[in-house]
Design a protein around this ligand. Sequence first.
Ligand SMILES: [Zn+2]
Length: 342
Amino acid sequence: MKFSLNIRNSTTHFTSVLAAFVIGSFSTNAYATNVYSTDAFSDSSLPGSSRPSSVAPNIALRNSSVARATLSTGIAAQSSTMDTKPSDNKQPSSLVLNGVFTQGALLRGEVPKNATVTLNDAAVPTNRDGKFVIGFDRTAPLEHTLTVTLADGSETVRHITLEKREYNIQRIDGLEQKMVTPPASVTQRIKQDNINVAKARSTNSDLDALFTRFTWPAKGPITGVYGSQRVLNGVPKWPHYGVDVGAPTGTPVYAPVDGIVTMAEDLYYSGNTLILDHGMRVFSTFLHLNSITVNVGDRVKKGEQIGTIGETGRATGPHLDWRINLGKMRLDPQTIVSGTPK
Ligand SMILES: [Zn+2]
């Protein structure tokens, strides 16, 4: 059919700002080294980096207060990841925040143990190590305030400015109506699917996996990006909240970090669907799988095969659709994984 979607050549029309804030002084350079040992800061060859290479991390930290790097490249080309090891018991004196500062981003941070964090006055949970995660949805406002209160009552206020994103909107007219609206006979099933998915994303585990480095779950070209939207016969549809990797049916799918399986089920729209809990309400979801090779309750390791790519459910061809959630918030996987899925 003519409407088969050619999203292979679609581009991401936005500029991302990659930034990290390091606020306060650090008691040891060892920690500082750790802070900067992420992809974003250890790789001076990243295109568009505006961080002067002469500014050594320890100098930036000694002077102060804010170290910030800005990149202006396609988001697919880079991303910051926070990869602090569980054995790392050094603590920042105030706040470390890592990630891509755009709408749709998941940011990972750390404060001293016993400090409290609020985002726009709402409490942000921290784990036993003082680590936390925050997210900003597809159309989030651009200005936010993060406040860290230390055990002694002192406060650090950090203003966050997100980059506004332009999403790809695709209009397709002249479709048969049955392709646009599901038949009434399946509405009950779709309702039940949604309930099951919400339940699978309702756990709140203390896994540390989300603070480790994410890798791409499959190899292949990116054929769809977060945030894009189709308008079918003039009706705006639900935006696309995943990143699509196009590859033949049977291509292995691997866990991007450790996780616990909370769903392994065939759903109407997304076909064979697998959900992994990575801790602190961060979840990966994998759609349209041909096979799922793990079961609900299984603990999987990063890099372990969890299934294969397929086109089950309402898919327009074999691909992996990978999504990231923070609770109910739908975020862009490309804000937490570096590079491209090669
Ligand atoms: Zn998709």
